[in-house]
Design a binder for this molecule. Structure first.
Ligand code: 2M8
Length: 432
């Protein structure tokens, strides 16, 4: 077997290079995911970035999360993009002029109107633990706790579109795994916005073959403008796309466990959060787990059917404390579809599927954030040897390929942006 463990000196170089990426991508109040393709603040990126930044500057990691929650809407939602007013409005599409968030948040900071996976409570607790003294002086936990609780409350109430307690996403962008093959069938019923009605900006910074198609974008724009035109109201009947996603709900459950820790640390009662986590874990397993497949699948709320797509989302419940089927998920990860022992980062989609594309965004390549989550889950469930091996191979991959946005999981060819923030941030965390 080839020894993939990077040497100590490699770690030092990686550490230095990762810090450089985060320093370069820091703006006045937050970190951009990548300088050209994503020139604003993104919600779940900031959570992963804080997990790395805490090793470089605990104060900056706290500010990363605080600035995101500074744009939280009155209804509790945390928008998926917080726009930087110093960046021209047409640098990214769809920009502030499309979303028209107005005074949806107290500061009237321009934002999008959809959300992203709730990785923030997990990141807040990890950030706090990196330097409790500094957090204490800054009042970090007492300030974040009510905001996080309000955010989860929005998801647990207004987004319970299926009526079983789980949160639904109402747009592929909300999954964070935008063009995952899992969304192909539910998206196919959406009438795309006419091709001439909008101009993509992403193709100026990344090859078309590595990005979603124009048809995908037409559907993304239709869904987003319908939501906007309905005043961003949530009701089961109005969403043409409504999905209970395993990754989304797994992060919500892990987040409720983190909220319990945060509550206890500031003298509040953790019990309600633990009760919510237990209730959601039962719903996750009963509604989204298929025991014949040893896999979680998204549920299409509009048809009531599971979407039987072998996407990385189905392995992500590994991060749920006390998950009763963790060993079964490890078996699935070790199998031919994900090849946990060789493929790195873990592929975003079934390696054996005829439509697996190893360089196209969320349709095959490996991403460091989902691999980090699986690594975290392996450790949580006592799979230490597999966790250590995955960490060593991830670090080796980044050493070879750089801080790319996504990577061919078998050849290691890098794709998408370079100098990608969460790749750098989570590398810093894995080195520790
Ligand atoms: C990607 O998504 C954005 C839309 O939100 C885009 O393609 O423009 C996704 O990979 C998403 O998960 C990520 O948060 C975002 C910024 O890195 O880029």
């Amino acid at each position: 077997a080839v020894d993939t463990r990077p040497a100590a000196s490699d770690h030092r170089n990686l550490d230095r290079a990762a810090r450089r990426v985060l320093v370069t991508n820091w703006r006045a109040r937050a970190t951009v995911p990548a300088t050209k393709l994503y020139p604003h603040q993104w919600s779940w990126d900031s959570a992963f970035i804080a997990i790395g930044l805490r090793h470089l500057s605990p104060t900056r990691a706290q500010r990363e999360l605080e600035s995101l929650f500074g744009a939280q809407w009155h209804d509790g939602r945390v928008p998926h993009i917080v726009f930087d007013p110093d960046v021209p409005g047409d640098a990214y599409f769809p920009g502030p002029g499309f979303w028209r968030s107005g005074s949806a948040n107290a500061a009237a900071v321009p934002t999008s109107g959809i959300v992203q996976p709730p990785a923030h409570a997990l990141a807040t607790w990890a950030t706090y633990r990196a330097d409790p003294a500094v957090a204490h002086v800054r009042g970090f936990l007492p300030r974040m706790y009510p905001r996080l609780a309000h955010w989860h409350h929005y998801l647990l109430t207004r987004r319970d579109l299926g009526g079983a307690g789980l949160a639904s996403i109402v747009h592929p962008w909300e999954s964070g795994m935008d063009n995952s093959p899992a969304w192909d069938a539910p998206l196919s019923r959406i009438e795309p916005a006419p091709p001439g009605s909008f101009t993509r900006r992403d193709l100026a910074h990344a090859p078309a073959a590595e990005r979603p198609t124009d048809l995908d974008y037409g559907r993304y724009i239709r869904l987003a403008s319908d939501y906007r035109d309905a005043g961003y109201a949530d009701s089961p009947s109005m969403h043409a796309f409504a999905i209970e996603d395993p990754l989304y709900n797994a992060l919500l459950i892990a987040g409720e466990h983190a909220l319990a820790d945060i509550a206890a640390a500031i003298g509040r009662d953790p019990a309600p959060h633990l009760a919510t986590a237990a209730r959601l874990t039962a719903a996750l397993v009963s509604r989204l787990y298929d025991p014949a497949a040893n896999m979680f699948f998204p549920r299409n709320v509009n048809t009531g059917e599971l979407v039987r797509s072998w996407s990385i989302t189905g392995l992500m419940p590994m991060i749920v404390p006390g998950l009763p089927v963790a060993r079964e998920l490890v078996d699935t990860a070790l199998g031919n579809r994900f090849r946990l022992r060789e493929a790195c980062p873990l592929p975003s989609y079934d390696l054996t599927a005829p439509d697996h594309v190893p360089g196209q965004y969320w349709r095959g390549p490996g991403w460091v954030n989902t691999s980090w989550l699986f690594w975290h889950g392996l450790r949580l469930h006592g799979e230490t040897a597999l966790a250590d091996d995955l960490r060593d191979r991830l670090l080796h991959r980044v050493l070879e390929t750089g801080f790319r946005e996504y990577v061919d999981p078998l050849t290691g060819t890098g794709h998408g942006s370079d100098g990608f923030s969460w790749t750098a941030a989570l590398t810093l965390d894995l080195i520790r």
